[in-house]
Design a protein around this ligand. Structure first.
Ligand code: AKB
Length: 316
């Protein structure tokens, strides 16, 4: 019988596609998708789904026991922009859920954990260009603080209790199947929907804001790869820098215009501009490339093509 895997936060942007990919790899019944709310039709129809609250230890431990779970992917989190509106709630969700899963691993109820970190761990005092794996980290958002703290706890549980926890610092993830919820990089998803529906888009970040970004297919590839890597290869148990491309709203708009020449972009920066300004523009991910063979497939041209055709299929 294949090892059973639990995805917490399976109805979210990354959780949805990760669950579908893992079902493709391990078989539908091996992947227990769970979330506080139901997910997409495709997710619900393709395999087992359980309603559960990531903040409730009994519920998560109950699912682990009921399904004889061996691996957990903890994808539930409150992101950077939403987190600023509800700081205490963001802290509670992001930290409680992590401790529940780390403690299940410490108590040998599960064998392996994936927990995503983010470029939000960096702050204004971090070098913006080719941000090193190890550097100054003074995040300014509650989301970033929770991810930085989470990284320290992952490293601690690995060193102290031998917990096999693996993590990636995701850049902005761009996808068409499920919308992102409450991030600062969300403009790079919205822009494709609006380009197709309206032929124009007003960006909440200014024209020259450069941020690290990645197409969903690459993010899933990285997640699967780090979980399949031999434990000894993983020298970093806090979280690995991960990169594919960096661009500004203006550069992305130019790329979209190659396909939709009449597309127009305008700019009306809001509170998310300050968050974006505190993050790096380009990340050095050589440790991930060396330790577990990371390489990206999508650049901005391939991403734009995939997004435009993907969003169109969703609208049919
Ligand atoms: C966000 O914008 O909050 C997320 C992230 C970079 O972690 N997409």
């Amino acid at each position: 019988m294949p090892a059973k895997i639990l995805i917490i936060g399976a109805s979210g942007q990354i959780g949805t596609e990760l669950s579908l990919k893992l079902r493709e790899i391990h078989g539908n019944d091996a992947i227990i998708a769970s979330d506080i709310r139901e997910g997409s039709e495709e997710l619900m129809a393709s395999g087992p789904f359980e309603i559960a609250n990531a903040m409730n230890y009994e519920q998560i431990a109950g699912l682990v026991e009921k399904h004889q779970i061996q691996e957990v992917y903890l994808m539930a989190a409150m992101l950077s922009a939403t987190g600023e509106k509800a700081p205490m709630k963001a802290w509670a969700l992001n930290m409680d859920s992590l401790f529940h899963v780390l403690n299940l691993a410490k108590d040998k109820k599960i064998k392996k954990v994936f927990w995503p970190s983010s470029i939000a761990v960096f702050g204004p005092s971090t070098p913006k260009e080719n941000t090193p794996q190890t550097t100054v980290m003074e995040p300014t958002t509650v989301y970033g603080i929770s991810k930085q703290t989470g990284e320290r706890w992952c490293s601690y549980y690995h060193r102290k209790y031998g917990v096999d926890v693996r993590s990636i610092r995701y850049p902005g993830i761009i996808s068409y199947k499920t919308l992102p919820g409450g991030g600062t990089t969300d403009y790079a998803v919205e822009i494709f929907h609006e380009a197709i529906k309206q032929g124009e888009y007003t960006s909440f970040l200014n024209a020259s804001t450069s941020l690290p970004m990645m197409f969903m297919e690459d993010a899933i590839k990285a997640t699967v790869a780090i979980m399949n890597a031999p434990s000894e290869a993983l020298k970093i148990r806090s979280s690995y820098n991960l990169a594919a491309m960096s661009f500004t709203p203006a550069i992305l708009a130019e790329e979209i215009k190659k396909h939709i020449p009449a597309f127009k972009i305008s700019y009306d920066p809001d509170f998310r501009q300050d968050i974006a300004d505190s993050w790096p523009s380009k990340i050095d991910d050589s440790a991930a490339r060396e330790d577990w063979g990371w390489s990206n497939d999508f650049d901005i041209a391939a991403l734009t093509e995939a997004m435009l055709s993907g969003v169109k299929t969703q609208l049919v």
